[in-house]
Design a protein around this ligand. Sequence first.
Ligand SMILES: Nc1ncnc2c1ncn2[C@@H]1O[C@H](COP(=O)(O)OP(=O)(O)OP(=O)(O)O)[C@@H](O)[C@H]1O
Ligand SMILES: [Mg+2]
Length: 375
Amino acid sequence: MEEIFPFGRPVTGEHLVGRESLVEELISLVKNNQSAMLVAPRRYGKTSLLLEVMRRLKDEGWYVGNVDFFDIPTLDKLAEKIVKTTIENKFISADKIISAARKGIMALRESMEIKQVTQNGMEIILSFPEAEKDIDALLDECLDFPEHFAAKQKARMCFIYDELGDISKMNAALIKKMRSKFQMHKKTVYLFSGSQESVMRDIFVDKKGAFYGFCRVFELGAVPAEPFKHYIIRTFDRAHITISSDDADGILDQTQGHPYYTQYVCQTIYLNVKEKRNVETCDIKDGFEQALVSQQTYLDSLRASLKHDSILQLRLCAFLAKDEQRSVYSQFDDNRQNIYSALQSLIKKGMIRKTDNRYTLTDPFFKQYLRRIEL
Ligand SMILES: Nc1ncnc2c1ncn2[C@@H]1O[C@H](COP(=O)(O)OP(=O)(O)OP(=O)(O)O)[C@@H](O)[C@H]1O
Ligand SMILES: [Mg+2]
């Protein structure tokens, strides 16, 4: 499929719209040795932004590392990923070395590649295949490894822990361990991200949180309307398709500037109009509806997981999807405390947010989906 509006993978360069000032701010913080945390709901562009920061720092000679907790099923894998991403700064193929270590190839110690890894890196890698290894001790070493590596190579390192919230629920001790180590690091600056606002607040903003006072905290909102509109017009134009300014606004009205859904709706429209070469107002509605249908499985699963947690949470979302203006408390017979707790849980999950004393759903597609179903 020809994709002119990329979606479902991190975007860079011209496709990373409306984030330039934040990218620059993060880079300048990192250069001042200040770590930062980025919070935004799912698919708002956290990974894209962090990868862009990483790419630019790398161009300036920084070492970089990137671990996404979303892809990390076990602590073993975490340890391995930290080491891999770190040694790749020396253009060493970590996979090759680790798999040689797994096969027990002892000649590995003498190979040219591993000699560049540093002594402690080599010891860590050689310990990966051990069946009896002590994972806590291994993690102790791995969490410090980027710092040791950077110091040894006389480089500075920017290390990203993406989707940190995913691990914090399962392993509070690990989060504490990370803090106690990272605060001692002199060569490494950390960037974190998370999708669940209040989980991240518990870790970074709450006085009892493990990372309290460690980071500047940034909230990532929707992509601003003006640059997003110009991007849409420009990208269609490059494919020789015209779209009016009002129709580009119309798309953004529907998607609320949500980065992923906007790209997705635009790509759907593109496929529909590429023969006739212009976008009409009716194409926007059709594109949105079609995109909504194709997200059905994801939206069904969101609904099912909410229902599984609590039917009240699902009912509250459905209510907010239809009317975000009225007070929820007056509309439900449930006990006030239960309603309050359900709303707090929804905020914790990043499903809703509270602004100006109003609750709103963060996902514009889920909102439309809930408007159309009977509970
Ligand atoms: N600044 C942006 N401008 C335009 N589109 C963007 C931007 N940021 C993200 N996107 C779109 O959103 C999609 C998701 O981006 P990304 O994976 O960076 O988000 P995320 O917040 O890390 O998501 P997840 O919660 O799945 O980890 C991208 O594939 C792209 O289509
Ligand atoms: Mg991500």
